[in-house]
Design a protein around this ligand. Structure first.
Ligand code: TXA
Ligand code: MG
Length: 328
């Protein structure tokens, strides 16, 4: 059921399934998405059921090119257009006023819609050949860690998905940056694959980040992107002392940027990525690996708070249940 996405016949099969109202998981540069025809209410219903997601939480509509903006949006602002032109295909979602035809089921009843063109060859082939919008949340069960390989999707969703296109591991590894462009004051709803620095340089001014308690973010739950293991954020200075202390009572895993030395006996070194890009790319795999190794507590030293580091820190905080956030 999971097939290498390079084969044009498989893309055609994916398109046929989407047209028939079925669910197709596909790779993107961020995480794997669980796709359904965004104009088919029954297909969207099934998407929500399989995902286990509350019906009032919106999904992102994916398209193959810039035309998705005007096909699904209305009164699209200059800022939204400029960001889309500069960042698509790429890990950016713009939230704009929705066109009248957009189903309530897609937007969770909001009068806005999130749109994105992913930068992944199989995704683009599927979307361009399908021609319409594909509603796609991350292809994990609600609240769990997002999938970054086809195997992750298969393990999570099994037979509930009709086809899994295998495009190999995702290259970015954390979800798209979501920018709400539906009002005059732009707001970053979720940090992601496009840095705030890049957004600000495209727009020529600073943008605000969503704060806890902001009402523009639907679906605020404390714990998301969470493995079964408890995630604890520590400083580099605290790391080894805490690992030694905890390892007498629990199975401990460690995730921190290199160098990481002196890991106590019995503690699992999950990963020591050399840079923040690798940290992001491997983040969800490491959290999943923690569960596969039967780790009880994952000690993580978050990367510095700029660029892609902001997105990694955001996901880590939510995995630790430390911040409320958007949907998983
Ligand atoms: O990188 C990504 O964005 C991945 C890949 C598959 O494209 N998708 C993804 O989808 O992360 P999902 O459903 O797991 O997260 C989408 C987030 C949710 O938090 C949702 O609340 C928000 O986007 N969202 C969607 N439409 C929105 C809207 N109209 N207004 C505000 N937030 C919206
Ligand atoms: Mg998600």
């Amino acid at each position: 059921m999971s097939e290498s996405a390079g084969d044009p016949k498989l893309i055609e099969r994916g398109v046929e399934l989407l047209r028939a109202g079925r669910l197709v998981a596909f790779p993107t540069e961020t995480v794997y998405g669980l796709g359904a025809d965004a104009t088919n209410a029954d297909a969207i219903q099934r998407l929500y059921t399989v995902k286990g997601r509350p019906a009032d939480h919106p999904v992102i509509v994916h398209g193959g090119d810039l035309e998705v903006l005007d096909a699904w949006g209305r009164e699209v602002s200059t800022a939204a257009r400029r960001l889309a032109e500069r960042c698509w295909p790429g890990p950016l979602t713009v939230v704009v006023h929705r066109a009248a035809s957009v189903l309530d089921a897609v937007t969770g009843g909001l009068n806005t819609v999130g749109l994105r063109v992913p930068d992944q060859p199989a995704a683009l082939a599927l979307l361009r050949s399908f021609g319409g919008g594909v509603a796609a949340p991350s292809a994990n069960r609600y609240g769990r860690v997002s999938p970054t390989t086809a195997d992750d999707v298969r393990r999570d969703l099994g037979d509930d998905v009709d086809l899994i296109l295998d495009g190999g591991p995702c290259t970015v590894g954390v979800e798209s940056t979501i920018v709400d462009c539906s009002t005059d004051e732009l707001l970053v709803l979720r940090p992601g694959g496009v840095s705030r620095e890049r957004i600000e340089s495209i727009l020529g001014h600073t943008v605000r980040e969503r704060q806890v308690g902001d009402q523009r973010a639907p679906g605020s739950l404390a714990s998301h992107y969470a493995p079964r293991a408890r995630v604890e954020l520590v400083t580099r200075l605290e790391l080894m002392t805490r690992a030694a202390e905890l390892s007498t009572v629990a199975k401990v895993g460690v995730l921190a940027m290199a160098p990481v030395e002196g890991v106590p006996d019995g503690v699992v070194l999950l990963s020591r990525p050399p840079d923040v890009e690798s940290f992001a790319r491997g983040l969800y795999r490491s959290l999943r690996a923690a569960d596969e190794f039967g780790v009880d507590v994952v000690l993580v030293v978050p990367p510095p708070p700029h660029g892609l580091g902001l997105a990694v820190r955001d996901r880590l905080c939510r995995a630790a249940g430390a911040d409320s956030g958007l949907d998983a």
